[in-house]
Design a protein around this ligand. Sequence first.
Ligand SMILES: Nc1ncnc2c1ncn2[C@@H]1O[C@H](COP(=O)(O)OP(=O)(O)OP(=O)(O)O)[C@@H](O)[C@H]1O
Length: 315
Amino acid sequence: MTEQATPTPHAVSVRGISKTYKGGFQALKSIDLDIRRGEIFALLGPNGAGKTTLISIICGIVKPSAGTVSADGHDVLRDYRLTRAKIGLVPQELSTDAFETVWAAVRFSRGLFGRARDDRHIEKVLRDLSLWEKKDAKIMTLSGGMKRRVLIAKALAHEPSILFLDEPTAGVDVELRHDMWEMVRRLRATGVTVILTTHYIEEAEEMADRVGVITRGELILVEDKRALMRKLGKKQLSISLKSPIQALPQGLDEYALELADDGATITYTFDAQGEDTGIAVLLRKLGDRGVDFKDLHTLESSLEDIFVSLVRGTR
Ligand SMILES: Nc1ncnc2c1ncn2[C@@H]1O[C@H](COP(=O)(O)OP(=O)(O)OP(=O)(O)O)[C@@H](O)[C@H]1O
């Protein structure tokens, strides 16, 4: 076992990680990433971006082609058992355990990481995940949503300090999604670091402290969620016209304007960061050209708009 490198290491440190699978496909290209203790970090990326590969490398399940990863200051390859015991991993699919009861499967998971038996902890985990009533049911008899809960219970059985959730809410109903968000918040309140991958931008927007965007094996951005939304967020002003127009008036090329198909609404996109939005002058200029409005409202871009434009930008 190695000594801790620094007094307060990051929960996870990834340095220069690359992965080329057999056959030559490069799934990750020199990734550097630090996950802070106690944060909720959302890794966003389109299908095939490399999210699962990165998580599997951090958990020590897939070997990187280059680079190093440490969890809690310990190298995950050299100190596999030690670091793996600190990590809980909720994979996308439940592959085994079909014939086991919920109780047996979750209790067994705890033992796998060398933890002493603690039935009270297992009971708490099952109760927290609304699985207690199902504790004696065979996993194969559970609904898809309940199987998901079992995956989470298994990952929490050994009291990890770092939890990975790979697409935790893909294909689950709204109620379960909200339950999971609630559970993740409770975990964070107890000091657990949570890293989740998701396609649902809404999920990252709702939950994450920081966001990483990965596409084609490259981490193109890591940012505090609020700062990201502030920095890249655009605002739009929707101007409903008193009477429809055929085309945008002349002489307003400096403004990013769009006319709706029915000619009844003009949308003006402006920089949310800018000192002067230009709205007052624009409205005056429209008035000068005989275009009067009856209503105005502003829209802010969501994390989804930002994400789509980022990923598009790299194509
Ligand atoms: N064992 C493997 N052998 C060869 N290629 C692989 C292997 N596992 C993954 N890949 C490829 O690596 C790329 C990244 O896959 P990965 O599963 O990490 O993506 P992902 O971002 O998790 O995608 P998704 O959102 O669809 O789950 C994909 O192109 C995938 O086909």
